[in-house]
Write a protein that binds this ligand. Structure first.
Ligand code: ATP
Length: 218
């Protein structure tokens, strides 16, 4: 699945909110995990890639510069899932017009979830349904900001499996912010560490309990 010659998403000298520069190549099928203490700039990086905040540098999808895309099309192709997703209509179904029912089932929801009112959703239900809402747009790149932060272990695994399946079936890739070292090991790949808005070499004891505590404390 991974193509080492042409990147799906490439970032060159990306700068945002006084942070960066960030360089990155993300290939189809790949999950690049981003770790780092609170305030390191992880969310701002994802927002800059989605072009939601002011930023400079070169960002391209399959070699095509971001400037070539109308902003709305860019954000469908490079989909950002915030840590606290917003909802605008009354019912779940109003947000999920073209959703694959199998995705709802994969995340543990009954088919009737589309009739549920948004105001009854728990934070974990909101997080899972926002992921489904994002996938329904068919993005090539997923920018996932702690997508399992509010979830129990079973639902965390469900989200990990659904994202993995989506990446494989859609030749897509994900940038996944996670504070959880065990999750990073399950997802595989090489984690990238952020500090003061830049990628830095991984701490020598990155997977140790002490390093985990320090990441969580931040
Ligand atoms: N518009 C902005 N301009 C400048 N600095 C900002 C702006 N928005 C947020 N910040 C600051 O930039 C830093 C990075 O914020 P960011 O939300 O990216 O952190 P994070 O690594 O995602 O942290 P967490 O793990 O707590 O979510 C924080 O210190 C934050 O206060």
């Amino acid at each position: 699945m991974t193509n080492i010659t042409s990147a799906l998403l490439s970032l060159q000298d990306l700068r945002f909110a006084g942070m960066g520069p960030v360089q990155l190549e993300l290939h189809a099928g790949e999950v690049v995990q981003i770790a780092g203490a609170s305030g390191a700039g992880k969310s701002l990086l994802l927002r800059a890639i989605a072009d939601l905040d002011r930023n400079t540098g070169r960002v391209a999808l399959e070699g095509r510069p971001r400037e070539d895309f109308p902003p709305s099309r860019w954000r469908r192709q490079v989909g950002y899932l915030p840590a606290e997703p917003a909802w605008w209509a009354d019912t779940v179904g109003a947000h999920l017009e073209r959703v694959d029912p199998a995705w709802l089932q994969a995340l543990g929801f009954p088919a009737t979830v589309t009739d549920w009112g948004v105001d009854r959703l728990s934070s974990g239900e909101r997080q899972r349904l926002a992921l489904v809402r994002l996938l329904a747009l068919g993005p090539r790149v997923l920018l996932l900001d702690e997508p399992t932060a509010n979830l129990d272990p079973e639902n965390t695994r469900r989200v990990e499996t659904l994202v993995r399946d989506y990446l494989a079936s859609h030749h897509a890739a994900a940038l996944w912010v996670s504070h959880d070292a065990a999750q990073r090991q399950r997802l595989g790949g090489t984690p990238r560490y952020m500090e003061s808005g830049r990628f830095v070499p991984a701490p020598a004891d990155a997977a140790s309990p002490a390093a985990q505590a320090s990441l969580n404390a931040g």
